[in-house]
Design a protein around this ligand. Structure first.
Ligand code: SPV
Ligand code: MG
Length: 431
């Protein structure tokens, strides 16, 4: 008889071996291995890919067969494989898996099968193990690949700007629990605007690439999540190929370059600043040179369309997007200052009708009334919150500075600040 066991299979510990042994004693153990898609809607992506996890699990003694479990719920697979029993640790009687447990009982009763609950192996704390894995960090190779995995696994990949190690740590660790699971940021935007602003410099490619990369190193050193690098215009093709190789070597997942020429100016400046677009063929040549230069197949070069910023039409953006995809772009970012979102929405609809699988990146700074669910309905794949942590930090610092000036002491400002004890504990190893 067939016994079903659903699992993530990322960290193998004695508790898992015990449940496999118990299952195998009772029949042929069918492992439903959760896919990236099944996990991503509820939790952080596993460290290993589905294929890597499968290769491990199918070689564990007692496992008869491994099949994908494509949903968080066990129910679809139980209906599909109709096992005689499902086996699970009894820890799901309380906590976040209670609903899944109730659903499993209902479907097994319907199928005339059994639910076997095995006492949870004490001394094994999977949250602690997960935390330990996180503290080991990552390798450039694993980090680099994660962005493509996330794009495949999630309806929308949520990226937040970091301009320092500290802001990177917020993105790395912040998690909130909502009714549909744990929400967190999936990755990091290395923004030219916030990086240069944090140095008191204008966003005009004045902070050179070497300095940008030094700042990026601070973020790389204290985070594991994938990084998308704002490559400005990419410079000349000859320079861009070096940028691509350097980013790739460091484990950055993607670079976005914009089709502007002349002195680069931030796209969100007022209309008084004229923005000049690159000739299509020059930009295509730069994209192709970058694609030829990359070593892995996973690194992504994303073409950023500035047509709407420079006052051209959605049709112009589409024409350019077609050419850029033809030249090898792995994705497109469409930008706009328009607050209604109508131009972006129109672009996305036509682009997606023509290209079913090329990722669309949106940066809803000016049209921020739309929720992530709405952006998904427009066919976006990645959302970038491009400057918010930096913009939040400035007024916070300003208030404290003003309070100290006004009161001629820091007592009143103290409640606006993080307690000293907390800041000492914030960075691991700081004590
Ligand atoms: C940045 O964050 O530097 C960007 C996005 O390029 S924007 O500022 O919106 O142009
Ligand atoms: Mg920028």
């Amino acid at each position: 008889m067939v016994i079903y066991l659903g699992m993530r299979g990322d960290i193998i510990h004695p508790g898992i071996i015990n449940i496999i042994r118990e299952g195998a004693k009772r029949g042929d153990l069918l492992v439903g291995l959760l896919t990236d898609q099944a996990i991503a809607a509820h939790k952080r992506l596993p460290y290993l890919t589905y294929e890597q996890r499968k290769a491990v699990i199918e070689h564990i003694k007692g496992v008869s067969r491994v099949v994908p479990q494509e949903e968080w719920s066990y129910v679809p697979n139980l209906r599909k494989y109709k096992p005689a029993a499902i086996i699970h640790g009894d820890d799901w009687k309380s906590g976040p898996l209670q609903k899944e447990r109730n659903d499993v009982y209902a479907v097994m009763e319907e199928l005339g099968g059994q639910v076997i609950e095995i006492p949870y192996t004490s001394g094994v704390n999977s949250s602690a193990l997960n935390e330990a894995v996180r503290s080991i960090g990552t390798t450039p190779d694993i980090r680099l690949k994660t962005l493509r995995r996330l794009i495949d696994a999630k309806p929308l990949v949520r990226i937040m700007e970091a301009h320092s190690g500290l802001s990177g740590l917020i993105i790395e660790h912040l998690e909130i629990t909502k009714s549909d699971g744990i929400h967190s940021f999936d990755g990091i935007w290395s923004s030219s605007l916030t990086d240069s602003t944090s140095k008191g410099k204008p966003d005009i490619e004045a902070v050179d690439l070497t300095t940008r990369l030094q700042d990026l190193t601070n973020i790389l050193e204290c985070t594991t999540k994938p990084i998308i690098f704002d490559g400005d215009t990419g410079g000349k093709s000859e320079h861009f190929v070096f940028t691509v190789r350097t980013l790739e070597r460091n484990g950055v997942s993607a670079v976005i370059i914009e089709d502007k020429v002349g002195l680069k100016k931030n796209s969100l400046f007022g209309t008084e600043v004229a923005q000049e677009l690159s000739p299509v063929s020059d930009f295509c040549e730069k994209l192709s040179a970058g694609k030829r230069a990359q070593v892995t197949k996973d690194f992504m070069i994303i073409a950023r369309l500035e047509s709407l910023i420079a006052g051209f039409s959605v049709e112009d953006a589409l024409k350019r997007a077609r050419a850029y995809v033809e030249a090898g772009a792995d994705g497109v970012m469409i930008h706009s200052k328009e607050s209604s979102g109508a131009d972006i929405k129109a672009f996305c609809a036509t682009f997606r009708a023509e290209y079913a699988y090329i990722p669309i990146v949106l940066v809803p700074t000016t049209y921020n009334q739309f929720t992530e669910k709405e952006l998904v309905s427009w066919n976006a794949n990645i959302v970038i919150y491009a400057n918010h942590l930096l913009r939040a930090s400035y007024p916070a610092m300003m208030n404290v500075a003003k309070s100290i000036l006004e009161n001629e002491r820091s007592l009143e400002a103290d409640s606006l600040c993080m307690p000293i004890k907390q800041i000492l504990e914030l960075i691991p190893g700081g004590k």
